[in-house]
Design a protein around this ligand. Sequence first.
Ligand SMILES: [Zn+2]
Length: 116
Amino acid sequence: MCYYDNYKYQCNDWKWGNFRQHCNAEYRQGETCGMKMVYQTVPLADKCSMCDKIERKQRRLEKHKSDYTRWAAEPHKYRCSMEKAQDEMKALVQEIQRLIGEKQAKYHMVGNPRRA
Ligand SMILES: [Zn+2]
């Protein structure tokens, strides 16, 4: 097991950082053994780019929802806008689901960080 920095985002997602230290396992010169262990956790002030993207889309979805609700009081006047908003909401929901799936796959692949 070799030791790496561990960057932790504000959203609790994380990524591996720089290589820090070799372990005692056998390894050839300049190589790491392939098993990653946490050397130190470095907190980051931001959310990860995936959460950021998802949140931006969720905010847009909320905006469409509130517009739609407002327009629904006068449907004869806003029929076109309401239809457009409905289409966009549908697309956004799909996009958000896709991003969440992508994020889960991404962090699943990295696995859980282990404490050294
Ligand atoms: Zn995140």
